[in-house]
Design a protein around this ligand. Structure first.
Ligand code: ADP
Length: 611
C-alpha cells in the first residue's frame, strides 16, 4: 500500500473511534438518564391519579350519605304511603345538585319493594331496572357502591352505582337512594394526567385484574402479568421477538382516602418506548448526523492533508526512480516549502550533482581503462599468436622424437624428458588456444547466430564429443526429462559452454561413482535455464564468484589433478553474456557443484543474426 494511503488509513482509524466512542457514551448516559426520569414521572403521576380517584369515590360516598340524611319523610313507614310533596321537594333538591355538580347521570329513589319512585332524569317509566337491583338490596342496610362499572340500559353507558338507605325517625329503612356516576368521570381524571403525553396508557384495575377503566382500546389485561406487576411494582419489557416495542409498566395501589378503606384498585401506567423515547430517537439521529458530518469532514481534511504531504514525497520518489534507472541530466525541482521537504529536496539535488560528478569521473576512468585493456588484449593476441608459431615445431619434433622408427630409439630417461616437453607444450598450446578463443569472443561481442536447436540431437552430439572421457572415468551423464524440446539460440556457443562446464565436472567427480546431471527448464517465459550438477569435490563459497575471472583456479598446487588454464569458465561467462544471459555457480566444499546459466529463447525473428 502506498505511504499516502497507509497514513490516510491510520488517521481514519484514530479519528473514527475518537468520534464514535464518546458519542456512544454520551448517548448511553442520556438514554439511562431519560429512562429513569420517565419512570420517576410515571410513578409521581400514577400516585397522583390514584389519589384523585380514591378522593372522588370518597366524595361520592359522602354525597350519598348526605342525600340519605336529608331525604326527610318521603315514605310513611307505617302506612307505606309516599309523601308526594316531600318527595317532590327532595327530588328537586337532587336535580339541582346534579345540575350544579355535573357528577351524576341520575339520582333515583326506590321504595322498599324495589319500585322506582323518583328519578332526576325522569326514567320513571322503567320501574324494574335490573342493573340496579343489587344496589337496592345492598343499600337496604348500609351505604354501598359497586367496585365494577355496570352498563346502564337507561343511560346506555357504563356507570358506577352508589347507594344508601333512607331512614325514618325511628331509624328504620323506608326507601333507598341510588346515584349513578358515569365512568367518564374517571376518564376526566386520568386523561388530564395523560394530556400531551403521547405513548402513555393508564389502566384502572380491580384487585383481581379486571379492567375498571382503561385509556387503551384493549379492555383486558393479562392476569398473570398483573400479578407479577403487583409483586415487582415495575416491569420493563424490552423490544425482542415477542415485543415489537419496549414498554415500561408501573403499578400503584390505592391506599384509601382519609378514613376510607382501600378500594383495592390499582393504577397501571404503561409507557411505550417508541413514543416516549421520541426525543431520544431524535437525539440518536442527530448524533448520527453529527458523527457522520464529522467523519466526512475529517476524511476530506485528511485527504487534503495527505495530498499536500504526499505530493512532495511522490515528486521526490519519481526523481529518485529516474536517478536509479540511470537517467542523465535530470531537472531537479527544489520543493518550495517551509518544512523538511525543502531541506530534503535540496540535499537530494546536491547528492545528485555530486554523484553526477563522480560518475563522470568514473566514466573517464573507464574509457581510460578500456583503452589500456584493449592495448593489453591486442598485446595478448599478438603474443599468443607469436607463441603459437614456435610451439608448432617444438610439438612436432617432440612427437617425432617419440617415434623410434623415424629418428631412432631414445633411452628411457630421454623418452621421459621428451614426453615432459610434449605434455607441457600441449598445455601451453591449450592455453594459447583458449586465450585466442577468449580474445575472439571479446572482439565478437554482440554477434550471435541463431538457429533452431533440437535439444535431444544437441545432447547426443555433445555426448559423442566427450564419450571417450566419460568412458575413461566410468561415470554417468544423465539428461533429465524436460518439457523443452526445441530452442532457438546460437548452437556453437551453447555447445562450447556445455563442453567447458562438463569437462571441468568430469575432472572433479570421482571415478566410477561420478555423476553429472543436465536439466533444462523455462525461466521467466522467454528464457531457458540449464543446470549442470555434479557430485564432485565442490567449490568453497568464497571462490564461487572468482572462478569466472580469467586465469583463476581454486587449486594451484603442483599436485593438482585438474590440468586447466583458468580460462574455461571466463569463456563461458563471455559467451553467455554475449547471448544476453547470466551464469553462476552454487556449491559447497565437498558437496558437489551446480553450474547454472540462462539464455534467451529467441522464438521470434529466428533468422536474426544479432540479438
Ligand atoms: P580450468 O581451465 O582451470 O578448468 P576454469 O575457468 O574452467 O579453468 O575453472 C576455474 C576453476 O574452477 C577450476 O580450476 C576449478 O578449480 C574450479 N572448477 C570449475 N568447475 C568445477 C567443478 N565442476 N567442480 C569443482 N571445481 C570446479
Amino acid at each position: 500500500m502506498k505511504i499516502k494511503n497507509q497514513l490516510f488509513l491510520i488517521i481514519l482509524l484514530i479519528t473514527i473511534p475518537s468520534v464514535l466512542i464518546p458519542s456512544i457514551m454520551i448517548f448511553q448516559s442520556q438514554y439511562s438518564e431519560l429512562e429513569s426520569k420517565i419512570i420517576q414521572e410515571m410513578s409521581v403521576d400514577s400516585i397522583h391519579v390514584m389519589d384523585k380517584i380514591s378522593r372522588m369515590i370518597y366524595e361520592r360516598n359522602a354525597d350519598i350519605s348526605t342525600f340519605a340524611l336529608n331525604a326527610g319523610i318521603i315514605i310513611d313507614s307505617k302506612t307505606n304511603q309516599i309523601n308526594a310533596q316531600e318527595l317532590k321537594i327532595f327530588d328537586n333538591t337532587l336535580r339541582e345538585y346534579e345540575r350544579i355538580s355535573k357528577t351524576y347521570s341520575s339520582i333515583s329513589i326506590y321504595d322498599l319493594s324495589g319500585n322506582k319512585i323518583s328519578d332526576t332524569r325522569n326514567f320513571d317509566s322503567i320501574t324494574n331496572d335490573y342493573s340496579e337491583e343489587k344496589f337496592f338490596k345492598n343499600a337496604l342496610n348500609s351505604n354501598y357502591f359497586d367496585k365494577y362499572p355496570t352498563f346502564s340500559n337507561e343511560l346506555k353507558k357504563e356507570v358506577i352505582h352508589f347507594s344508601a338507605p333512607i331512614k325514618n325517625k325511628d331509624g328504620e329503612t323506608s326507601a333507598v337512594i341510588v346515584t349513578k356516576m358515569p365512568t367518564s368521570r374517571l376518564y376526566d381524571i386520568i386523561s388530564t394526567s395523560n394530556e400531551n403525553r403521547d405513548g402513555y396508557e393508564t389502566h384502572l384495575l380491580s384487585h383481581d385484574g379486571n379492567i375498571i377503566f382503561s385509556t387503551s382500546r384493549d379492555k383486558t389485561f393479562d392476569k398473570e402479568f398483573f400479578n407479577e406487576l403487583k409483586n415487582e411494582k415495575m416491569k420493563i419489557l424490552k423490544k425482542d421477538d415477542k415485543n415489537q416495542v419496549s414498554n415500561i409498566f408501573l403499578i400503584t395501589e390505592d391506599k384509601g382516602f382519609l378514613d376510607q378503606k382501600s378500594l383495592e384498585w390499582y393504577i397501571v401506567t404503561q409507557a411505550t418506548e417508541d413514543k416516549i423515547y421520541q426525543s431520544l430517537i431524535e437525539l440518536q439521529r442527530n448524533t448520527a448526523i453529527v458523527v457522520g458530518v464529522i467523519l466526512i469532514i475529517s476524511t476530506i481534511v485528511t485527504r487534503l492533508f495527505m495530498n499536500s504531504f504526499s505530493k512532495p514525497v511522490l515528486k521526490l520518489a519519481k526523481i529518485s526512480q529516474k536517478v536509479s534507472s540511470g537517467s542523465k541530466k535530470i531537472q531537479f525541482p527544489v520543493i518550495e516549502s517551509n518544512d523538511e521537504f525543502n531541506i530534503l529536496s535540496k540535499s537530494i539535488k546536491k547528492m545528485y550533482s555530486y554523484q553526477e560528478n563522480i560518475s563522470e569521473q568514473l566514466e573517464n576512468k573507464l574509457i581510460e581503462l578500456k583503452k589500456s585493456g584493449k592495448e593489453k588484449d591486442e598485446f595478448m593476441a599478438m603474443l599468443s599468436h607469436e607463441m603459437k608459431t614456435p610451439l608448432m615445431p617444438i610439438l612436432g619434433y617432440s612427437e617425432m622424437l617419440l617415434m623410434p622408427e623415424l629418428i631412432g630409439k631414445l633411452n628411457e630417461q630421454q623418452t621421459d624428458a621428451v614426453k615432459n616437453i610434449e605434455k607441457n607444450g600441449k598445455h601451453l598450446q591449450k592455453m594459447i588456444l583458449e586465450l585466442l578463443q577468449l580474445q575472439r569472443m571479446e572482439v565478437l561481442t554482440g554477434s550471435v547466430s541463431i538457429s533452431e536447436i533440437k535439444l535431444e540431437k544437441f545432447y547426443d552430439e555433445l555426448l559423442e564429443d566427450i564419450k571417450s572421457k566419460i568412458n575413461e572415468k566410468n561415470i554417468k551423464l544423465i539428461i533429465a526429462e524436460s518439457k523443452i524440446h526445441t530452442i532457438f539460440s546460437d548452437e556453437i556457443k551453447l555447445k562450447q559452454v556445455f563442453t567447458n562446464i562438463i569437462l571441468n565436472a568430469i575432472d572433479f567427480i570421482p571415478k566410477n561413482t561420478g555423476e553429472i546431471k543436465i536439466r533444462s527448464e523455462i525461466d521467466n517465459n522467454d528464457f531457458v535455464k540449464f543446470t549442470i550438477k555434479d557430485n564432485g569435490r565442490g567449490i568453497p563459497t568464497e571462490d564461487l564468484l572468482k572462478i569466472f575471472t580469467k586465469f583463476y583456479q581454486v587449486d594451484t598446487g603442483i599436485t593438482r589433478e585438474h590440468d586447466g588454464s583458468g580460462l574455461g569458465l571466463s569463456i563461458c561467462k563471455e559467451i553467455v553474456e554475449i547471448m544476453k544471459g547470466e551464469i553462476w555457480a552454487e556449491s559447497k566444499k565437498g558437496k558437489g557443484s551446480k553450474f547454472i546459466f540462462t539464455i534467451p529463447n529467441i522464438l521470434e525473428n529466428k533468422d536474426s543474426k544479432l540479438v
